[in-house]
Design a protein around this ligand. Structure first.
Ligand code: NAG
Ligand code: NAG
Ligand code: NAG
Ligand code: NAG
Ligand code: NAG
Ligand code: NAG
Length: 481
């Protein structure tokens, strides 16, 4: 009797965890100067019960590390390859090399192929408008022809700027696809439906707040707002629900009201902006994760288990900062696989099943590059700081960021160290015309971390590194005269 009860209890616990853990996926981007080795990352995913991952390519080393892990994978075709995929034979070859190749017992559990990444983003000026849909068709057809059509679906991760509601009536129920792409969107969503595929959208309350100084602050989070948006008797108290339901309305208007929706990216950055910090990120996730765990859905799609990929897994210090300094700080883990704050992906409140750090991470020696207080050619300081920050990540120095409070010397030390670490602590990279010196003194403050980089090969190919070294040399020579 007791044993039986115990077993039932065990299997119920097992069932609970298999459901709770299945919900959350993560985006694994690799645009870092020293990326964590893929094997370490995969072990970190497994240690944290993360069973779904979305990639931005189909890199061979990443795929090999994922093989045998059973983690569900979304592989991706970058935007600059969309035009090539307009040729069916090229699409077939891509599927052959990057999908079929891994479909064996103990291979990679590929579930989705992302065709492009936000290709209709207004900032791209329509560059990918004509090539995205034909690429999607060719890729899905090639997957079908290869015999994997019932388990692998092509999709297109789109920014939420593909739909809107009119300025005159900005409510979710008025949601429609953007006028300049509405024909393509109509064709695309019907193609998804025919193939039992899903619509993938990236939703960023942080960016709504960032883009609009008048955006009501609490509407970006989940604890309610004094000024809800009222739409046909529904009260929207957070922009996440309102944004999602604007898409639901656009799909309904396009004639596919039940098309499944995947949230390809959602998250909050922890640095690089006045609203990008650990406190707000924690507040955002503490609102989001329990809702997802409850399968609460949204007012127009209640009680659904939304497929979600958090953005992102690890900070990426080589990303473009065109969108803003925060762009390099979206990770729920730091560059070295340390969790940034206590977080429970299964959505339990208070958080109890906390993220654990990556194991077996190798660091460079405990050495920093710092400003040499005895240096006297201070007129050369701005150019040297500028140089260091051009080739490494100084985004934490900016307004509202974690290292913004440093004094002038602290600024210089921070910049010099970031460059020194990015160069694998090569002594020559701490010269800065006599302004830099190597030290074993940790200059970190409570808020501002002077990092030691991990000991992994830089992601730039050797030729690019040589180019950087030569460029550094030329710049230094130029600066000297
Ligand atoms: C597809 O596979 C080829 C061959 O392994 C590889 O060179 C290429 O980078 C892969 N494509 C993508 C988008 O990752
Ligand atoms: C889009 O157009 C703007 C203004 O014409 C230009 O500054 C920008 O570089 C263009 N972007 C792309 C990706 O072509
Ligand atoms: C896309 O096709 C339309 C219609 O053929 C054409 O007017 C437009 O210039 C094309 N856009 C690009 C970026 O090639
Ligand atoms: C889509 O799902 C329906 C219902 O489950 C099924 O009959 C149909 O064959 C599926 N089509 C494809 C292309 O997977
Ligand atoms: C340090 O650098 C940041 C970013 O460039 C700048 O905003 C700040 O004013 C600097 N602080 C001092 C004391 O120079
Ligand atoms: C440097 O100091 C900071 C803050 O005290 C600490 O968190 C960090 O671990 C230290 N770094 C090393 C490499 O010891």
């Amino acid at each position: 009797m007791r044993l039986c009860g115990f077993l039932i209890c065990l299997s119920l616990i097992g069932l609970y965890f298999s459901v709770a853990e299945g919900v959350i996926g993560v985006n694994w981007g690799t645009m870092a100067i020293h990326p964590l080795p893929p094997k370490i990352v995969v072990q970190m995913l497994l240690d944290n019960g993360i069973k779904k991952v979305k990639l931005f390519d189909a890199d061979e080393n990443t795929m090999k590390a994922l093989a045998g892990s059973d983690i569900e994978v979304m592989v991706a075709i970058p935007n600059n390859m969309l035009a090539i995929m307009n040729d069916y034979d090229s699409a077939k070859q891509w599927v052959d090399r990057n999908v079929s190749r891994y479909m064996f017992e103990g291979g990679v559990n590929i579930k989705f192929v992302a065709v492009g990444n936000e290709p209709f983003l207004a900032a791209y000026n329509g560059s990918f408008i004509n090539t995205t849909f034909p690429a999607l068709q060719n890729i899905q057809n090639a997957i079908n022809e290869a015999g994997f059509g019932s388990t692998i679906k092509a999709t297109v991760p789109l920014n939420a700027d593909v739909y809107n509601s009119p300025a005159s009536n900005p409510v979710p129920s008025a949601g429609r696809f953007r006028a300049d792409i509405s024909d393509i969107m109509d064709q695309m969503v019907h193609f998804f439906k025919q193939n039992n595929a899903s619509f993938t959208v990236n939703i960023y309350p942080f960016l709504s707040l960032y883009a609009n100084k008048d955006f009501p602050f609490d509407y970006a989070f989940f604890e309610g707002t004094s000024k809800p948006v009222v739409d046909n008797g529904i009260q929207y108290t957070n922009v996440f629900d309102a944004n999602f339901d604007t898409l639901v309305s656009a799909l309904k208007a396009a004639g596919v009201p039940d098309l499944p929706i995947i949230i390809g990216e959602v998250g909050w950055p922890t640095d690089g902006d006045i609203n990008g910090n650990v406190g707000y990120a924690e507040r955002f996730y503490n609102g989001l994760l329990p809702r997802l765990a409850r399968k609460q859905g949204t007012p127009l799609r209640p009680n659904v288990d939304i497929d979600v990929y958090l953005f992102g897994l690890i900070d990426e210090d080589a990303k473009s900062i065109d969108p803003g300094n925060f762009e390099r700080h979206w990770g729920i883990f730091r560059y070295d696989g340390q969790p940034k704050f206590p977080m429970d992906l299964s959505g339990q409140q208070p958080p109890s099943n906390l993220l654990v750090a990556a194991k077996n991470v190798k660091y460079l020696p405990q050495k920093w590059c710092a400003f040499n207080p005895e240096a006297n050619n201070l007129d050369k300081l701005p150019d040297n700081i500028n140089f260091a920050c051009t080739f490494s990540d100084c985004t934490a120095l900016g307004y509202g960021s974690s290292c913004n409070g440093l004094d002038t010397n602290g600024n210089a030390s921070y910049a010099f160290n970031m460059y020194f670490q990015s160069q694998g602590q090569n002594e020559l990279s701490c010269g800065f015309q006599g302004l830099g010196m190597v030290t074993t003194q940790n200059q970190s403050t409570d808020k501002c971390s002077f990092i030691i980089q991990i000991d992994s090969p830089a992601s730039f190919p050797a030729s690019a590194r040589l180019f950087f070294v030569m460029l550094s040399f030329i710049l230094l020579v130029v600066l000297m005269f």
